[in-house]
Design a protein around this ligand. Structure first.
Ligand SMILES: Cc1cc2nc3c(=O)[nH]c(=O)nc-3n(C[C@H](O)[C@H](O)[C@H](O)COP(=O)(O)OP(=O)(O)OC[C@H]3O[C@@H](n4cnc5c(N)ncnc54)[C@H](O)[C@@H]3O)c2cc1C
Length: 503
C-alpha cells in the first residue's frame, strides 16, 4: 500500500505542462462569497438568519485538511465537519512500547511540487524524514521467496524474477502498435497485450495489490493508471515513454512515481494531519457527520449532527459511500445514490515487532510484494524499521503487512488474533521469522481504498454533473482525484484554488 502510487492524471501531453501556482498563491476574489465569517460556532448558530459567507468542508482527511489550510491562509472562513472523533481520515500513527505503527498509509510519494510546498507552508520541513538510502531494495515473491527487483536495465536481464520469455516480451514492447480504438481496458488486459501473462501474474498483480489492494482484472487502465495509458497514447509504447517522457516531466516539475522521493515524518504521517488540524482551532467539528445539503438563495445550508448552518460554498472531501447517503437538495433533490456502487474492499494492516535475532531475512529494503499466484495470504510487507529511524526499539524490527483487499476481502474481517496468526504463518515462510512477535497491532479498515474499476468514468462524470447542477458544491478527495496521499494533497490544493476562483 505504499509502493508505487500513480499520480493523476496525465492522459495527454498537454496535461504534463507546468501546473499553476497554488497554495500560498491562491488568489481570492473580493466578493460577498468571502466576506469574513461573523464568528461563533456555525453549528450552534443554527438559526436561519445566520448566513455566513464562508466555506464548509466535509471530511477531515488529508484532502479536506489541505483545502481548509489553504483557504484559511487566504483569509476565507472555513468550518470543517468530521464524522469521526479524530482528524486525519485513514492516516493514523501510533507510538507504543517504542514501536511506531502506521495503521493506514506509510509514505508519501512526492510526485508534484505542490506536495513539498504544503510541507513547507505547514512548517514541517524539519520533521520530514527521507527513507534510509540503503532501504531502496524492493522484493517481489517468486518461487516462495522474496527476490530483489532489478534496479537497472542490466539487472533486469539477469534477474531470476522473470523467465527469458518475459524478458523478450519487454524487448519486443517498443515495436508493438499502440491501441487507439478507445476501448477501456483493465490493467490486466493492457499488460497481457503489451507484455505477457507472466508479467501480469508475477509483477503487476503484486504491484496492484500494493497500490489499490485491488484486482488487476477489474481496475481500469485509464482511471487507475492514467500515466501508463498516457505513455502508450503519447509515445506509442511504455518503454519509449519511460525514456522520452523524462524530458516532458522535467519541464512540468512532475516526477515519475518510480523516481519520486518518498517521505514521512519523525512521528509518522499523522504529524502532517495533526499540524493541519491544529491550525483550524474550533472550526474543526469532530463527531459531526453531515447528513444533508440544501441550496438556498445565497449559498448552502449544511445539516449535521447538532444543527444546521449556512455557507457560501461546500466542499465534499468525504468518502464515496457516505456521499451516497447524503440528502442533496437543489430546488429538486439530486441523487448521489450511485456512489454506493463504488467498491471499497476491506484491508487490515498488521504491525508486528520482532527481536532482530528472531528474523532470518535482513529485511534491509523497502519491503516485499506478493502476487496471488504464490499462494500466500498477505498482500505484502513493508520493512518499516529499515525505512525510517526510530520505528522500533534498538535490536528490534517492525514489519507492517496488509491482508484482505479485493484478493481476499473476507480475511481482513477476521478477528485480530486470526489476522495476526495468518500473517505470522506467511512471515515465517517468507522471512524466516522464529518465535513470537514482541509487539502486535492490527487495524481493520472495513472500507479501505476506492477501486477505480473499469467504468469508473461514470462516477467522475456524475461528480462533474453534480457540480454543474449545484453551483457552489464541490467534490475532492481520493474517490475522485487518485488514491495516493500525494494525489489527495494535490486534490485538496486544487479544490481550494477552484473554490477561491469561483467566488
Ligand atoms: C491501509 C491503507 C494504506 C495506505 N497506504 C498508502 C501509502 O502508503 N501511500 C499513499 O500514498 N497512500 C496510501 N493509502 C491511500 C491514502 O491514505 C488515501 O487515499 C488518503 O489518505 C485519502 O485521503 P482523503 O482525505 O481523500 O480521504 P479519507 O482519509 O478517507 O478522509 C475522509 C474523511 O471524511 C469523513 N467523512 C465522510 N463522510 C462524512 C460526512 N458525511 N460528514 C463528515 N465527515 C465525513 C470520514 O470520516 C473521513 O475522516 C493507503 C490507504 C489505506 C486505507
Amino acid at each position: 500500500m505504499a509502493w508505487f502510487y500513480p499520480s493523476r492524471p496525465a492522459s495527454g501531453r498537454t496535461e504534463l505542462q507546468t501546473p499553476p501556482t497554488i497554495g500560498a498563491g491562491i488568489r481570492i476574489r473580493n466578493t460577498a462569497f468571502y466576506r469574513p465569517y461573523s464568528g461563533g460556532n456555525p453549528i450552534a448558530a443554527s438559526d436561519q438568519s445566520s448566513h455566513m459567507k464562508s466555506v464548509a468542508i466535509i471530511g477531515a482527511g488529508i484532502t479536506g485538511l489541505t483545502a481548509a489550510f489553504y483557504l484559511k491562509r487566504a483569509g476565507v472562513p472555513v468550518a470543517v465537519y468530521e464524522a469521526g472523533g479524530r482528524a486525519g481520515g485513514v492516516i493514523q500513527s501510533v507510538r507504543q512500547n517504542g514501536f511506531l505503527a502506521e495503521y493506514g498509509p506509510n509514505t508519501i510519494l512526492e510526485t508534484s511540487p505542490k506536495i513539498g510546498q504544503l510541507i513547507r507552508d505547514a512548517g514541517l520541513e524539519s520533521r520530514k524524514l527521507a527513507p534510509d538510502p540503503h532501504a531502496e531494495a524492493r522484493y517481489v515473491v517468486r518461487y516462495g521467496r522474496p527476490i530483489a527487483m532489478p534496479g537497472s536495465p542490466p539487472g533486469f536481464f539477469t534477474t531470476p524474477l522473470f523467465t527469458a520469455r518475459a524478458k523478450l516480451a519487454v524487448l519486443r514492447e517498443p515495436f508493438l502498435k499502440p491501441r487507439r480504438d478507445g476501448v477501456e481496458e483493465s490493467i490486466a488486459q493492457f499488460v497481457v497485450r503489451r507484455f505477457n501473462q507472466e508479467f501480469l501474474d508475477h509483477a503487476i498483480d503484486a504491484l496492484v495489490a500494493g497500490i489499490y489492494a485491488g484486482d488487476p482484472h477489474k481496475l481500469s487502465l485509464p482511471h487507475a493508471f492514467p500515466k501508463l495509458k498516457a505513455l502508450e497514447d503519447n509515445y506509442g509504447s511504455m518503454i519509449k515513454g519511460q525514456i522520452f517522457g523524462a524530458r516532458d516531466r522535467k519541464k512540468s516539475g512532475e516526477v515519475a512515481k518510480d523516481r519520486a522521493p518518498k517521505f514521512s515524518f519523525d512521528e509518522g504521517l499523522q504529524v502532517l494531519t495533526d499540524t493541519l488540524a491544529a491550525q483550524l482551532g474550533d472550526s474543526l467539528k469532530l463527531n459531526t457527520p453531515v447528513t444533508a445539503l440544501a441550496r438556498t438563495t445565497t449559498g448552502w445550508r449544511v445539516t449535521a449532527a447538532g444543527g444546521a448552518a449556512e455557507y457560501g460554498a461546500v466542499i465534499y472531501c468525504g468518502t464515496a459511500y457516505r456521499l451516497a447517503e447524503l440528502k442533496i437538495e437543489n430546488g429538486t433533490p439530486l441523487d448521489p445514490s450511485p456512489f454506493a456502487e463504488i467498491s471499497y474492499p476491506p484491508v487490515a494492516s498488521v504491525v508486528l515487532g520482532f527481536r532482530r535475532e528472531d528474523v532470518a531475512h535482513p529485511c534491509g529494503g523497502f519491503g516485499m510484494l506478493i502476487p496471488k499466484i504464490e499462494g500466500f495470504k498477505i498482500l505484502g510487507t513493508i520493512f518499516s524499521s529499515a525505512l525510517f529511524p526510530d520505528r522500533a526499539p534498538a535490536g528490534h524490527l517492525a514489519l507492517t503487512s496488509y491482508i484482505g483487499g479485493a484478493r481476499y476481502p473476507e480475511l481482513a474481517l477476521l478477528p485480530p488474533e486470526q489476522i495476526v496468526e495468518l500473517t505470522l504463518a506467511d512471515l515465517r515462510r517468507l522471512l524466516g521469522v522464529k518465535g513470537n512477535p514482541v509487539f502486535t497491532h492490527t487495524k481493520t479498515w472495513p472500507k479501505a481504498i476506492p477501486q477505480y474499476n473499469v467504468g469508473y468514468g461514470k462516477y467522475r462524470q456524475l461528480l462533474s454533473d453534480l457540480e454543474t447542477a449545484a453551483p457552489g458544491l464541490f467534490f475532492a478527495g481520493c474517490y475522485r482525484d487518485g488514491v495516493s496521499l500525494g494525489d489527495s494533497i494535490v486534490s485538496g490544493v486544487n479544490i481550494a484554488e477552484r473554490v477561491g476562483k469561483s467566488g
